[in-house]
Design a protein around this ligand. Structure first.
Ligand SMILES: [Zn+2]
Length: 347
């Protein structure tokens, strides 16, 4: 009997558990109520009286040993698992979710370019820091004309003749100066105005302007071109309307709205039922346009008797906000991955 205790003691000391199964096997054998040690306690009654005390002590010792070893085995197994997990951690693997997304402004700009390219417009580019003549004078803004104050301008301090362009119209002027009509071109780009940053205004934003100059270009061409754009951008059921407006560089001038509630009268397509964009009118302004003022053609050396043209301009942020139902302009520049990650499907 004492031999049995000695034998089990050796076994307990030598036991290992490299898996939950092995640990459970140990528990059933040495700890459980029907295990080996429990049967030792039962054998106590068969031990001669003079050795009962000694045997009892030995059995209690082995019980404590078995329990201590059990705790060691549990700890050992946990450490092993942690180590294994640590060694499974491969720092050379790519970070989780590494795929970026096209910025909604870029996606919108690309979509606008793609639509106009299909009807024969190419893309022109020009400088963001521009002289006063290309930004204002050539566009029919006389030096002290109040129209110049329509746009809050950043002037370059050391040279007041240089400005951060307030629109991409400078590219239209440069195009007309450097080439002969016909032109059919769009000018996407960044523009700057001295405005306080809010949900609806920013000091840096993006525009796309378009220019078509040729013989016999009429307001009908303007209307058809922009109607095509509106349908391609916002859906086939989109309707448009023109409201008379004023810009120094076009005559006549108009602002163009797209329909908000054509799908189901009373249910705003762009507002999503809240009417907070169209204010319940069913129409949302998206761009300004008009026939190029003959003075602008002449200041670029184009014969305004022979050629006519139309021009239009829209804010890319505005188009993106309407298309994606974005309520706050600041989201575009805050670089918040929770916002940007929502555009993963855009290419
Ligand atoms: Zn609406």
């Amino acid at each position: 009997m004492f031999e049995k205790v000695e034998e089990l003691t050796k076994e307990i000391k030598a036991s290992v558990a490299e898996s939950q199964e092995e640990l459970e096997r140990y528990r059933l054998r040495f700890i459980a109520r029907k295990g080996e040690l429990a049967s030792l306690f039962q054998q106590l009654k068969d031990v001669p009286n003079e050795r009962k005390r000694e045997f009892g002590q030995a059995v209690n010792e082995i019980k404590k040993l078995a329990q201590d070893r059990f705790k060691e085995l549990i700890n050992g197994l946990e450490n092993n698992q942690n180590n294994r997990q640590a060694s499974d951690l491969d720092l050379t693997l790519p970070a989780e979710d590494p795929i970026g997304a096209i910025h909604p402004i870029t996606a919108t700009r690309n979509r606008i370019i793609e639509i106009f390219k299909r009807i024969g417009f190419n893309v022109s580019d020009g400088p963001e820091i521009e002289d006063d003549w290309h930004n204002f004078t050539a566009l029919n803004f006389p030096p002290n004309h109040p129209a110049r104050e329509m746009q809050d301008t950043f002037f370059i301090e050391k040279d007041p003749d240089m400005v951060l362009r307030t629109h991409t119209s400078n590219v239209q002027i440069r195009l007309m100066q450097s080439q002969k009509p016909p032109f059919r071109s769009i000018m996407p780009g960044r523009v700057f105005r001295n405005e306080a940053i809010s949900a609806r205004a920013h000091c840096i934003f993006h525009q796309v302007e378009g220019l078509y100059v040729a013989e016999n270009v009429s307001f009908k061409d303007l209307k058809e071109t922009l109607y095509y754009f509106a349908k391609e951008m916002f859906g086939k059921d989109t309707d448009i309307r023109f409201r008379p407006s004023y810009f120094p560089f076009t005559e006549p001038s108009a602002e163009m709205d797209i329909s908000c509630d054509l799908l189901k009268p009373g249910t705003c397509k762009l507002c999503g039922g809240t009417k907070n964009i169209c204010k319940g009118t069913g129409w949302v302004e998206i761009l300004g346009c008009g026939m190029v003022d003959p003075n602008v053609l002449e200041s670029c050396g184009i014969d305004s008797q022979k050629y006519t043209g139309f021009a239009f301009g829209m804010g890319i942020e505005r188009i993106a906000m309407l298309k994606y139902q974005i309520k706050d302009l600041r989201l575009f520049t805050e670089n918040d991955i929770r916002f940007l990650g929502q555009f993963k499907t855009e290419v």
